[in-house]
Design a protein around this ligand. Structure first.
Ligand SMILES: C[S@@+](CC[C@H](N)C(=O)[O-])C[C@H]1O[C@@H](n2cnc3c(N)ncnc32)[C@H](O)[C@@H]1O
Length: 217
């Protein structure tokens, strides 16, 4: 049996705490929304978000550009349910796996705000980080994203620092911690195992292990 949980179960396990962690200021949702908005102003109106999650990026975009035609895809239903509450009637939310989705339409911009892919920077090294897929699968996934873009469409990725082990106190007495362990590296890929915990008064509220790959340079 694979010791890593599948991605939908991984996110499903901490949907209730996700927003608490993500809204502590580390992630620049506004900056990402501003970047997309500057392109919307140039006439690119159809936006596809890969891994919309609970809609934190989409909410910022809605405030700037309610006229945008927004579609958010995610594989985790519990995350989509929160996104729907957050976005009200705005946007089309679709439960699907980005690697094999078939939305039967094309978009001006596909955005991954740490959704499925992210650009990871560690020192002068710039890698593409993904969720557990190997390079061949990943290429198929990227080709599938390309199929959903118009001829001159853009693929935009957020940039994030390298994953590190740390612990953080969150509001409502919850403590988040993550432990990162390198589990493999070759010329093309570095793989890490990320184990996270949400605890209150020492009691584990949620815990999960995930494998992530950095596809180098
Ligand atoms: C770190 S969250 C980011 C959510 C949101 N973009 C944000 O910035 O808060 C990653 C999201 O991607 C989704 N996801 C991961 N792999 C996916 C896949 N293959 N297809 C669709 N969604 C996926 C997860 O369910 C999760 O909601």
């Amino acid at each position: 049996m694979n010791k890593y949980t599948n991605i939908a179960d991984y996110y499903d396990s901490f949907t209730d705490y996700y927003d608490l962690l993500m809204t502590q200021g580390y992630y620049d949702y506004q900056g990402m929304a501003n970047a997309v908005y500057s392109l919307i102003k140039d006439g690119r109106k159809k936006i596809l978000e890969l891994g919309v999650g609970t809609g934190l990026f989409a909410e910022k975009l809605l405030a700037l550009a309610p006229e945008a035609e927004f579609t958010g895809v995610d594989i985790t239903l519990s995350m989509l349910n929160i996104a729907r509450q957050r976005l009200g009637e705005w946007g089309n939310l679709v439960e699907a796996d980005i690697y094999n989705m078939n939305l039967q339409e094309t978009f001006d911009i596909a955005v991954s705000s740490r959704g499925v892919w992210v650009i990871s920077q560690r020192g002068d090294q710039t890698d593409l980080r993904n969720h557990t897929k190997d390079i061949d699968e990943d290429i198929k996934g990227l080709i599938n994203v390309a199929k959903h873009l118009r001829q001159d469409g853009l693929f935009m990725l957020s940039i994030q620092g390298e994953h590190k082990s740390y612990q953080q106190n969150l509001p409502t007495g919850i403590v988040y911690s993550q432990e990162i362990e390198k589990i493999g590296e070759n010329d093309e890929i570095k793989s890490i195992e990320k184990t996270y915990f949400f605890k209150r008064d020492g009691e584990i509220l949620a815990q999960q292990k995930l494998k992530l790959n950095y596809i180098k340079q």
